[in-house]
Design a protein around this ligand. Structure first.
Ligand SMILES: NC(=O)c1ccc[n+]([C@@H]2O[C@H](COP(=O)([O-])OP(=O)(O)OC[C@H]3O[C@@H](n4cnc5c(N)ncnc54)[C@H](O)[C@@H]3O)[C@@H](O)[C@H]2O)c1
Length: 351
């Protein structure tokens, strides 16, 4: 078991374990009821057993189940959940339990931030990718034009991982989770005392089962260092957006056919090429290719530009990228350079 204490405006602990021992560390008596929010896949796999476990600690547990997939991260879904909460009798002392991947974490976390002007919530992540989304307190729903366009910063009371639940993830979701873990590995060079970029590649290439408790903890330590310095993204928190400028545009152009973390993998190759780092771009590209990462269904360059124009980092209508150079920079990049990069990356995939 690994415990990481996050020092935020509201401090909390992240516990990583291969069972649910965290249950004993929560003071359940301060909550009038527990409101589990989950999606249909997670419900069918773990819903009943998870609620039985919670029932050992609290007599009043209710739940809401939404469709799986990012389409549920919407204002209309949020409104339905508020109605359900009111029907369940959830009050201000209710604890919301976000039980699922990043979609549920973002949706239920945002729900917690607005339900009766704010109720406490915990994250119980069930995907690898959620080691990123569950930590840092960014919660949101999507707007049809742009991902995460409606959201807030709202810290959880705790993040509790039982990594044994990761065993049922489909291979595409494993790759997607590795996308954000690799991002943290790249950032580790700049953020931690020692980089784990090479270690992670080594382990991935060995094709062995990763020790999730220790690997997710390493990823979370990168995120911890950044969000503790800049909780509300006034500065270096933007670094976590590495790979997301092209990645978010890709997700949107492909109508979310490509999972978030796989889109970030493509986005990181793109960002390395923007900064002229062909060595790291090629190493990542080769790993992606040999691990069957979902290929891009290439559309005209302008389609991606239209989406990148909506990126929150942009200034004065110029697209900006997080780039890993000697130091990490956030740079405006001219359209012609982006077009050249796009053609270069497309050429690699079509070869
Ligand atoms: N808030 C943040 O800082 C932040 C950071 C990164 C990503 N995100 C958001 O996270 C979301 C993506 O998260 P995700 O990749 O976890 O997606 P997800 O929550 O949609 O889960 C992916 C799929 O895996 C299924 N699933 C979940 N747990 C499972 C399990 N244990 N076994 C089998 N299937 C399981 C889900 O039902 C779903 O079909 C996106 O909405 C993204 O914007 C947020």
């Amino acid at each position: 078991m690994v415990t990481i204490s996050i020092s935020a405006s509201t401090p909390y602990e992240v516990v990583l374990d291969n069972q649910d021992r965290w249950i004993d560390s929560v003071d359940w008596s301060s909550y009038s009821m527990l409101w589990v929010v989950t999606d249909k896949h997670v419900e069918s796999l773990y819903g009943e057993s998870f609620r039985s476990t919670l029932n050992l600690t609290h007599s009043h547990v209710v739940s809401s189940v939404v469709e799986a997939g990012d389409a549920s991260k919407s204002l209309s879904q949020l409104e339905q959940l508020v109605a359900e909460g009111l029907r369940h009798g959830c009050d201000r002392q209710t604890l919301i339990v976000a039980f699922g991947g990043g979609m549920i974490g973002d949706l239920a976390g945002f729900l917690a931030s607005v339900y009766m002007r704010g109720v406490p919530y915990i994250q119980v992540p069930t995907t690898i990718l959620a080691h990123d989304s569950a930590v840092g307190g960014k919660v949101a729903v999507n707007q049809p034009f742009a991902k995460n366009a409606i959201g807030s910063f709202y810290q959880p009371s705790g993040v509790y991982y039982n990594v044994s639940r990761l065993n049922t993830l489909p291979v595409q979701e494993v790759r997607s989770g590795l996308g954000e873990l690799l991002k943290h590995a790249y950032l580790s060079r700049y953020v931690l005392e020692s980089s784990f970029e090479d270690d992670l590649f080594l382990d991935l290439n060995e094709n062995e089962r990763l020790d999730w408790v220790s690997w997710l903890a390493r990823g979370i330590r990168v995120k911890q260092t950044i969000v503790e310095t800049d909780e509300r993204e006034q500065g270096i928190r933007a670094w976590l957006n590495f790979g997301h400028t092209f990645g978010h545009a890709l997700e949107s152009v492909e109508a979310y056919r490509i999972p978030h973390g796989e889109a970030v993998l493509h986005g990181m190759v793109f960002a390395f090429l923007v900064s002229g780092d062909e060595v790291r771009a090629k190493r990542l590209f080769n790993w992606m290719r040999s691990n069957d990462v979902t290929p891009i269904d290439w559309q005209p360059f302008e389609h991606y530009v239209e989406k990148m124009m909506l990126d929150k980092k942009n200034r004065h209508g110029v697209i900006r990228f997080v780039l890993l150079r000697e130091t990490i920079t956030v740079e405006s990049v001219q359209l012609e350079h982006l077009r050249h990069t796009f053609e270069q990356m497309k050429g690699w995939w079509e070869r």
